[in-house]
Design a protein around this ligand. Sequence first.
Ligand code: PGA
Length: 241
Amino acid sequence: MQIHLFQDKQALDIAVAQEFVRLLQQHPHCILGLATGGTPVGMYARLSAACGRGDISFAQCQTFNLDEYVGLSRTHPASYYQYMSQNLFSKVDLPLSQCHLPDGQALDSIRECQAYEQSIAHAGGIDLQLLGLGHNGHIGFNEPGTPIDSLTHVVQLSPTTRYANARFFKNAADVPTQAITMGIRSILNAKRIICMVSGADKAEIVRRVLRGTITPDVPATLLRNHPKAALFIDRQAASLL
Ligand code: PGA
């Protein structure tokens, strides 16, 4: 796995945004895999600005997000649809019909998972997948132990993940207990992957991801088997390497 190290979060945001800018300029019809969480917010702001300046257009691309909470409507303030809407979709020229997230309110969530996987395949697969990294090594909502061959599926969220995400909800008890997430295989199917990590609180997991055994118990270690996966990290996240 390639490692790209940056002085600070700002430099990290600029570098990851540049990767998306370059892809959109060279391949306007590209398929983007997007992530939520605190880490990519500044990067999305830079992409929005680049689109505002006319440097890039999202008009012809399609986006597929990694995951969505089960039970939240698209209008719920903590839904990942709202996050994407606020941080990117409402700020760029991407037609909403080309933005895809799993439907957390689907009556048949198993069928929703299959349909989501099929729509990614139908679009031609993901050209560039953005990932964050959970403190337990999760990617998307694939918690430790998720099988390597998993496709989009419903997951039970671990207590640590629910705790980490409680900051986006009024009460910790409001964090849903389940989510729909792309699986490990769905992620590894992407042609290119950028995992973006920032901050000293991620230094220990970054060390395990890069130096530890490759195992589903630390899902992000599986990225080391992908020929075009890269870790983009700031100095703080790299402090234990
Ligand atoms: P974060 O989340 O960007 O909010 O740290 C990353 C993740 O859990 O995937």
